[in-house]
Design a binder for this molecule. Structure first.
Ligand code: FES
Length: 114
């Protein structure tokens, strides 16, 4: 059975087999999720924010320990979270892109002063 998952902020909606991890679903459809450990739950780079817990597998003890309190904000590890139904997750902005965006905004503010 296939289920749909939507990746924000792009709004890209893809259909995958039920039980697929969020990381695998993203990879198979070209949605970039950062990872260094290749899904072994050790790099913690694949964090996503679940917009609802429905449609996603319950958090296991290991994932809860790794996230150490971030789960209250809906944070999940894409590599450890399985898609069980219709789900929506938000991907954090790439840190390098965020730094460039902030620098460009700062530059634009300085340009207004002249
Ligand atoms: S891919 Fe490394 S913790 Fe999920």
């Amino acid at each position: 059975m296939n289920v749909d998952i939507t990746f924000l902020p792009s709004g890209r909606k893809v259909s995958v087999r039920q039980g697929t991890s969020v990381l695998d679903a993203a990879r198979r459809h070209g949605v970039p999720v950062r990872t260094r450990c290749d899904g072994k739950a050790s790099c913690l780079m694949c964090k996503v924010v679940a917009h609802s817990s429905s449609g996603l597998s319950p958090m296991q003890d290991m994932e809860r320990r790794k996230l150490a309190g971030l789960e209250a904000e809906g944070t999940r590890l894409a590599c450890q979270t399985r898609i069980t139904g219709k789900a929506v997750v938000e991907l954090p902005e790439d840190p390098l892109r965020a730094a460039v965006r902030k620098q460009l905004m700062r530059q634009a503010e300085e340009d207004k002063l002249w």
